[in-house]
Design a protein around this ligand. Structure first.
Ligand SMILES: N[C@@H](CCC(=O)N[C@@H](CS)C(=O)NCC(=O)O)C(=O)O
Length: 223
């Protein structure tokens, strides 16, 4: 099976991390830029977006393509021998996951606004618009809520790390890549500690943005 990702997408990174953690047999990771409309990607995902997971016919499937990060994450968890650890284990973890997706969506909306305003994600003119201010405020409030949820969940997240533990790492490293230290705060020590404890985990370390080449580890995901 083939997973299409880009070097920057937090959605694709989540799909990738989950497929790697699930140790899906025969996984090939293809890194590309969806904005260039690669024909292979358009053929498999009419939306022209990453992530997209192309299954092999006969590999327990009918050769379908699965799109959308959470749908791929669900597929990976179910196909693994470790579904209970990899998927959300409690409603508290589901709450935390939703908060993380809200942050990722808000940051992605700012990037989309930059593209519309100036044609470049590195031109920050859009960031002073009322819509951008709304997204920035949402991100700050959500990061504070994330800190609180991590405090409440204590070591449970680290005891059996699954999607709810991986998402905060993906959030923090994506914000750092896009906004530098603008969303980092000494007032969120539990979030920082969680990220530090998990970021060298092979599935996370090998997919850190901007990863332009995937280095297989421990037999996982060879091209
Ligand atoms: N809801 C989708 C979002 C995927 C998405 O927005 N991917 C972006 C990269 S971050 C993309 O491929 N953009 C190309 C485009 O919009 O044309 C998911 O969860 O997978």
């Amino acid at each position: 099976m083939r997973l299409y990702v880009s070097p920057t997408s937090p959605y694709a990174r989540l799909a990738c991390v989950m497929c790697l953690e699930a140790r899906l047999a025969g996984l090939e990771i293809v890194i590309l830029d969806p904005w260039q409309n690669p024909p292979d990607l358009l053929e498999h995902n009419p939306a022209g977006r990453v992530p997209a997971l192309v299954l092999e016919a006969g590999d327990g499937s009918g050769g379908q393509t699965i799109t959308e990060s959470l749908v791929i994450a669900d597929f990976a968890a179910r196909r693994s021998n470790d579904a209970e650890r990899l998927w959300f284990q409690t409603d508290a973890q589901r709450q935390l996951g939703g908060i993380c997706f809200g942050i990722i969506d808000a940051a992605a909306a700012i990037m989309a606004g930059r593209m519309v305003t100036s044609g470049s994600v590195s031109d920050t003119a859009f960031d002073s618009s009322p819509v951008a201010h709304r997204r920035q405020a949402a991100m700050n409030r959500s990061l504070d809520r994330l800190e609180q949820l991590i405090v409440e969940q204590g070591d449970a997240l680290l005891a059996r790390p699954g999607i709810a533990a991986f998402l905060p790492v993906i959030v923090v490293e994506y914000l750092h890549m896009r906004f530098g230290d603008a969303y980092e705060s000494a007032d969120r020590p539990y979030l920082s500690a969680l990220v530090s404890a998990l970021k060298e985990r092979p599935a996370l370390a090998s997919t850190r943005p901007l990863f332009t080449k995937f280095t297989p580890f421990d037999g996982a995901a060879t091209p």
